[in-house]
Write a protein that binds this ligand. Structure first.
Ligand code: ATP
Ligand code: SF4
Ligand code: MG
Length: 319
């Protein structure tokens, strides 16, 4: 895609453990087009946060980028020096980390936290510019300027999450990664926070990577969807392509398990447990849970391939 702001090519991320490397992200490739929103869904442990942390170059010490490229406007983030990466974070690429609202400093006023964040990544801003920008970004996320003087404990969960969004957009990044931005919030607030993210994305003409569990909430806010399973992409396509004709059995199960009026909003889940990512066998890792598994699935891993309906899916049923 020529207008891609971010291109991920065969990204591999491992965690070193006593028993060998955990292949948390195992050969992921996708493009993020400028000014669009892409959603990443997958169950716990599928590698979503690992991928986001790799992009930000904020992996924990056991984690390493073992291969591939992460091109932001053609520049490989994996090759930047620590200093260059610090300048890139917040101003080009920023993240609202998983559980961000609980990591606000409890003894520091919100305004200070916003200003310190900006100053750490852009030393050219004057005191007055920092102050004005902090008020501006709070207003962009529908918070009053009075929040500047407040402490985190004075804010509701939804307001704290808005502060985290404000911090992430404070230097107008091109790409915003939001890792489960609504998971701790109630349903009404979830929707409002998602709308705020969508609004700031449009205003800044940024691109967004939205990570979550809830495919139902996700579809209303993204253009494209990536379904991850065990560190790999199971399926990727536009919302229309995937919902009109889901190809991968895991995607089909995710979509058919979406709550309906009859099931009264309870997410059904997919039976079975997630596979270990320690020395995974060269097979389709979904086969123990797949109702359509056959011989080939236990013999070799499927490759992502273009489907007639437009999207890409990794499944032997179509090879
Ligand atoms: P969730 O939906 O629960 O947030 P996730 O999709 O974000 O899950 P990750 O947190 O990226 O998943 O984890 C991917 C895999 O990497 C998991 O198997 C996890 O156990 C493993 N992992 C994560 N952090 C470490 C670590 N520091 N050391 C070893 N393994 C790790
Ligand atoms: Fe199921 Fe086989 Fe497709 Fe894997 S490759 S999802 S086991 S049918
Ligand atoms: Mg996660």
């Amino acid at each position: 895609m020529s207008n891609a702001v971010l291109q991920i090519k065969d990204l591999q991320v491992h965690y070193r453990t006593e028993n060998g490397p955990v292949r948390a992200v195992d050969g992921i490739s996708f493009d993020l087009a400028s000014g669009t929103r892409i959603g990443i869904v997958g169950e716990s442990g599928s590698g979503k946060s690992t991928m986001a942390l790799a992009l930000m170059r904020m992996l924990p010490s056991a984690g390493e980028i073992a291969g591939g490229e992460m091109l932001l406007d053609g520049i490989d983030l994996a090759r930047l020096s620590e200093q260059e990466m610090r300048q890139t974070r917040l101003s080009q690429l920023s993240m609202i980390p998983q559980g961000a609202m609980n990591s606000l400093n409890p003894v520091m006023r919100i305004g200070r936290q916003l200003i310190d964040g900006m100053r750490a990544h852009d030393s050219s801003l004057t005191k007055q510019m920092l102050q004005e920008r902090a008020v501006d970004v709070l207003q962009r996320v529908d918070l009053d300027a009075a929040v500047m003087r407040m402490y985190p404990h004075e804010l509701s969960g939804g307001m704290k999450q808005r502060v985290c969004i404000a911090i992430a957009i404070s230097l107008s990044p091109k790409v915003i990664i939001a890792d489960e931005p609504t998971s701790a919030l109630d349903v009404v607030i979830q929707r409002q926070v998602m709308e705020t993210i969508a609004n700031v994305q449009k205003e800044l003409d940024a691109s967004v990577i939205l990570i979550g569990h809830d495919i139902g909430l996700m579809v209303q806010f993204v253009d494209q969807l990536i379904i991850m399973y065990a560190g790999k992409i199971a399926e990727i396509g536009t919302i229309e392509e995937i919902f009109a004709s889901p190809k991968h059995p895991y995607t089909q199960m995710l979509i058919s398990s979406l709550p309906t009026l009859e099931t009264k909003g309870i997410f059904q889940g997919i039976p079975g447990i997630a596979p270990s990512l320690l020395n995974p066998k060269p097979v389709c890792l979904f086969h123990p849970r797949c109702p359509q598994a056959f011989e080939q699935c236990r013999a070799q891993p499927p490759k992502l391939a273009r489907m007639d309906s437009g999207q890409l899916a990794a499944c032997h049923l179509y090879s």
